[in-house]
Design a binder for this molecule. Structure first.
Ligand SMILES: [Zn+2]
Ligand SMILES: [Zn+2]
Length: 192
């Protein structure tokens, strides 16, 4: 019993070894996020903004917000293609989180604060992936109005099951300047 188990392990290890040798070098990954499924989910890139086609019906007012959204799209592509030269590993994702935040914030402000777009256009932006529905849902809750990203409130991502340092109000933390490892947030507690 044990012998055959071992034999199996050895032969499968050998097999894996020989496969590694035969395989051609893997092509460079298109984007860092594509290698990190959970992060991709957190910044809601699952639903990337769709390409404009004739089949999509654009609600009224779209032409007014399109230039800004296109600009943010371009910034997102730039962030994804960044070469990460001289950056710490954690820093490479910060620009992506930043643009993702900006994009959601833009749509959120237009609808909830400035009341400049219709519900139809707002929903359209969410459906098309221009804003993160779950992040916006947090902004509507008291205490989360300025939340940077969903990752910073995931207990499993932090020591001792707490939240990120950026969530601690300025007056309660010792260091006045912080920059969290997850998204580079410098503090997003309400009232900071
Ligand atoms: Zn934060
Ligand atoms: Zn944080």
């Amino acid at each position: 019993m044990f012998l055959s188990d071992n034999a199996f392990t050895v032969s499968s290890n050998l097999k894996r070894f020989s496969t590694t040798l035969v395989l051609p070098p893997r092509p460079a990954p298109r984007s860092l996020l594509l290698r990190l499924p959970r992060l991709r989910r957190l910044v809601s890139l699952k639903k990337m903004p769709k390409v404009k086609t004739n089949r999509v019906k654009y609600p009224q007012g779209w032409e007014l917000i399109e230039p800004t959204l296109r600009q943010l799209d371009a910034q997102m592509r730039e962030a994804e293609m960044d070469t990460h030269d001289g950056k710490r590993k954690c820093e490479t994702l910060w620009p992506i989180f930043k643009v993702s935040h900006q994009r959601s914030r833009y749509v959120y402000e237009l609808y909830y604060r400035r009341e400049e777009i219709s519900k139809e256009l707002y929903e359209f932006c969410l459906d098309q992936g221009y804003a993160d529905r779950s992040l916006i849902a947090k902004w509507k809750k008291s205490g989360y109005e300025r939340l940077c990203c969903l990752r910073c409130i995931q207990p499993r991502d932090h020591n001792y099951g707490t939240t990120c340092v950026c969530r601690v109000p300025k007056k309660l933390r010792e260091e006045k300047a912080v920059e969290c490892v997850h998204c580079g947030c410098q503090g997003c507690a309400s009232g900071d």
